[in-house]
Write a new protein. Structure first.
Length: 601
């Protein structure tokens, strides 16, 4: 029997005892992280789907999983052989979770969800939606995984380390002072910080509790005069504990956070209802100020030290990328007869991922990859978040496109880059989608805009040429990037859906449009950008983007007649900067290869 089906049987035994008609498993943990420790990967355990976004719902007779377009193809594969029906978000005809539960369970049913692993807003919205489906009620006080997940991984106990001030650029005391000032402006006496990257940024600490994300499991309670870090004390080496004490931060056990909220003595407290979980939200007896955590936007605007760190990290990453591309070019033989199958090489998606990781690891201050490498060759490139496994790994051929989305964690910065590489002859369709993607990427790079604009206003620049041809992509065009922190940082982003978070100087953001043709091919081009001043006029401050990423963009697939002169000019200027910056750090052969790769289009 598929292990997922056995787990569903075990779950239904618990549901039967608790008189529950359905149970809901979101992707989140008590801290609402996008990427989470293994201990809280309950949705993956109960469904077998390992994508970063999705919700599983199990009734006594059925099961369904909702996810977005990044994971449609991967989810179909991973759910095969189970009871699960795939629900494709943002596709016409897909029911909401509440609608499906109402249809499957009927009016008056009782449904469960773990209130520790869902935000206050998510639970409240779900309660309202279920009520509309015939008075269905929601219980939040049960975690069936405690019973059925027999080999459940423990909450991590790995040590926390200091993040040097030379890279942070601002002390914890100063950050706490800024946070308290922001709280006063919101008429709040304190706040509970639940987001792990917010806590790591505030305290100038880093950890290894989440794969590829240098964070640690904890809560931080900040009042007008005090700060308490709720954490398993075994995670704090003596040096770190002493540092926290010197910065005015007390330490309490992780499991005491609810007690800390009950004992909170000031008049009111700010809780971000999208960040704080439902159980802790309901624990508070003081007046609650419901607002977005001020820390989210603070950490997105980088200081001078952080920006310098990004430039250093991108230089190292660019060196590693060029060494990899040079190596790859020498491993692939010239194609012998397009489509003949002759000239197959021994490289595979996994082997090139390993090679790139090893080259990055040679760079100073390298700590880890920033996410699992997406190396998709041929039709695998059409799977937006495809990650090769031993079961799916395929050899590269001297033809077609390879999509390579990767990044690294360096002590001075985090990187995220995508390049789509021609391995040999291409079809006209492959060249066309590649060029449309590149045009969209460059149009974002060229954009000048008033300070405070939303990324939604700019997003159309990446899509306008695609839309003229009836093409589109359903993921966002760009996201913020942390300072040796999470590779996905917000709330600012480029996205079709309305996101009001303003763009201001000092923010980092990626530029990564793509086109994906299922079963055929895909292309994406991504740089990490820094928002910098452009000019000041009578109409206010205007901003522009600077590419931090340093790596050539493959010119071979480009259909030159499709390119505007301003797009060609940008590409040539970018390539000149890439060559001038990276060549002194390369061997003669690597520099010679780079000179050709960066030659004018």
């Amino acid at each position: 029997m598929n292990p997922v089906n056995q787990r569903l049987e075990d779950l239904r035994e618990v549901m039967r005892r608790e008189h529950l008609a359905a149970f809901i498993f979101p992707s989140t943990d008590p801290h609402q992280g996008e990427y989470i420790p293994d201990h809280w990967k309950g949705r993956e355990f109960i469904s077998g789907f390992n994508g970063s976004a999705g919700t599983a719902v199990v009734t006594m007779t059925s099961a369904a999983l909702w996810t977005d377009s990044r994971y449609f193809l991967a989810a179909e594969e991973q759910l095969r052989g189970t009871e699960y029906q795939l629900m494709k978000l943002k596709i016409a005809g897909t029911p909401s979770i509440a609608e499906w539960i109402g249809r499957e369970c009927g009016a008056g049913a009782e449904v469960g969800i773990d209130g520790w692993c869902s935000s206050a807003n998510a639970v409240r919205e779900l309660i309202a939606d279920l009520r509309k489906e015939g008075g269905i009620t929601l219980r939040t006080n049960l975690d069936p995984l405690r019973t059925i997940w027999r080999d459940r991984p423990p909450i991590p106990e790995r040590p926390v380390e200091l993040f040097p001030l030379e890279y942070a650029g601002e002390s914890t005391r100063d950050k706490l002072a800024r946070i308290r000032k922001a709280l006063r402006q919101r008429h709040a006496d304190g706040m509970l910080m639940s987001s792990l990257d917010d806590i790591a940024w505030t305290l100038n600490l880093r950890g290894t509790d989440v794969h590829c994300n240098p964070v640690f499991v904890s809560y931080l309670l900040v009042s007008s005069k005090d700060a308490i870090l709720y954490i398993n004390k075994v995670k704090l080496p003596q040096q770190v504990a002493g540092y926290l004490n010197a910065e005015g931060v007390a330490i309490a056990p992780y499991e005491d956070v609810a007690k800390g909220l009950k004992d909170y003595f000031e008049y009111n407290i700010l809780l971000d209802p999208d960040e704080v979980n439902y159980v802790l939200f309901k624990t508070v007896s003081r007046e609650i100020v419901e607002e977005e955590s001020p820390v989210k936007r603070m950490k997105t605007v980088k200081n001078e030290r952080e920006i310098a760190g990004f430039r250093s990290a991108m230089l190292k990453d660019g060196i590693a990328m060029v060494k990899f591309l040079y190596w790859l070019s020498n491993q692939l033989p010239a194609p012998v007869g397009e489509g003949s199958g002759v000239g197959t090489v021994s490289l595979t998606e996994l082997s090139i991922s390993d090679k790139l990781a090893s080259l990055r690891a040679e760079q100073p201050l390298y700590r880890d990859i920033s996410f699992d490498t997406i190396a998709g060759y041929g039709e695998h490139a059409a799977i937006v978040h495809y990650e090769p496994t031993p079961e799916t790994d395929i050899p590269l051929q001297p033809r077609g496109l390879l999509l390579l989305d990767s990044g690294a964690q360096y002590l001075d910065g985090t990187t995220d880059i995508t390049r789509t590489i021609a391995l040999g002859p291409l079809t006209e369709e492959e060249r066309r989608i590649y060029t449309l993607v590149l045009k969209g990427h460059i149009q974002i790079e060229l954009c000048k805009f008033p300070s405070g604009s939303s990324g939604t206003q700019i997003d159309i620049l990446a899509r306008k040429d695609m839309w003229r041809e009836g093409l589109n992509y359903l993921h966002g065009t760009g996201h913020g990037v942390g300072t040796y922190l999470n590779v996905h940082e917000g709330p600012h982003q480029f996205r079709m859906e309305w996101k009001p978070a303003p763009l201001v100087a000092g923010m980092t953001i990626t530029d990564e449009p793509g086109i994906y043709l299922p079963g055929r091919c895909g292309a994406r081009t991504e740089n990490t950008l820094l928002i910098v001043p452009y000019k000041e006029t009578e109409f206010g401050e205007f901003l522009q983007f600077e590419s931090l990423t340093l790596c050539p963009i493959d010119k071979a697939p480009i259909i030159r007649e499709m390119m505007l002169q301003e797009e060609t000019d940008w590409l040539n200027q970018y390539h000149q900067r890439v060559f001038d910056t990276l060549a002194p750090h390369l061997s003669d052969d690597e520099a010679a290869w780079l000179q050709v790769a960066c030659a004018p289009l």
